[in-house]
Design a protein around this ligand. Sequence first.
Ligand code: HGY
Ligand code: MN
Ligand code: MN
Length: 410
Amino acid sequence: MLDARINQDRLWRSHMAMAKIGATPGGGVGRLALTDLDKQARDLFVSWCREAGCEVRVDRLGNIFARRAGTDSGAAPVMTGSHLDTQPLGGRFDGIFGVLAGLEVVRALNDAGAATRRPLDIVVWTDEEGVRFRTGIMGSGVFCGLEKLEDALAKTDESGCGVAHELARIGYDGAEPVGGYPLHAYFEAHIEQGPVLEREGIAVGVVEGAQGSRRFRVTVEGEEGHAGTLPMTGRRDALLGAARMIHAINKVAFAHDPLPVITAGAIFVRPNSPNTVPGQAVFTIDSRHPDAATLAAIGEDMHAACAAIAKADNLALHFTQTSDSAPVAFDAACVDSVRAAALALGIAHRDIYSGAGHDACNLNHIAPTGMIFVPCEGGISHNEKENAKPEDLAAGCAVLLRVMAEWAES
Ligand code: HGY
Ligand code: MN
Ligand code: MN
């Protein structure tokens, strides 16, 4: 089995074919969860998996499971995967590499005519990015029992379009229950989305853990008015209030050491008219830190800062936490396997910590979990310029093959 070889060109060609779906003018990809473009990407992946002899199942939340049979069909599988949904102006590798690396492992084992004792599952998790339905790592979260299926199905996007509706519309409202089946181990390959590996000229990151994140949705209520006749004093300008709040939460970041990362990434204004004083502004906050207690304190500090501004500006405030993903330390045996595989393959590697969140952070709650990072150009991600090298993707994939082969026999 260990003589199976990753085909670097085939892995790269699969990425370039997938990148055509939702390609953006700036050279990236825009494929929001459960859109027609997401359906096209899912359909392409499923067709490739069937060509590779996998049995494909879809659960009620649209998570896709492509299984390569093992000699012991009753054994709990070794699982790998990631996501095919992207940011609005995202890259060709974030998530996609983890899915296509799993497919390449299957293709390489097929080429070698190699059998594994345990089945291998390649998974596409629904709505990892949480752009459209606002939570993030949703599909894996429900699979791991961290979120209720009913709550996920009831989520809507800004236009009021729901998860359940969209799953049915694109034909991925599967019959399988979500989660509840044994898993031997989970490994996820992903680009680093940071500068360390590239800066040090290292091909593989042995991921020890990931920082925690909490998201919030902040609604600021004021009163609409005529831009020309409403005096400046006494206005209840919701957008001005939100702007002051966004500035204030940014200052909260610099009150903590080590620094958290805090981002107000999306804002929605009502009525969003150039000559009406805004009566409502809704903005999102993404906050992250490696320490759970500090993450909680940051949330309280941001809420207090927004409440003080709302009071001073005579505005109503609704400050709602929408997700909470605790910091994780991946399973030591999995981390050791990744490190040993890179060593055995003669691939330069180093331990690394993830600033980004991943589905693996959820899987780590229910099964031994590890991650494999590869460099991305300039550490750039969530950006159309996101780029990676074929040889780095192949190196990361070779490590994935080796650890999956090892755990498939344990
Ligand atoms: O936001 C994240 O950390 C991930 O890239 N979705
Ligand atoms: Mn990702
Ligand atoms: Mn991402």
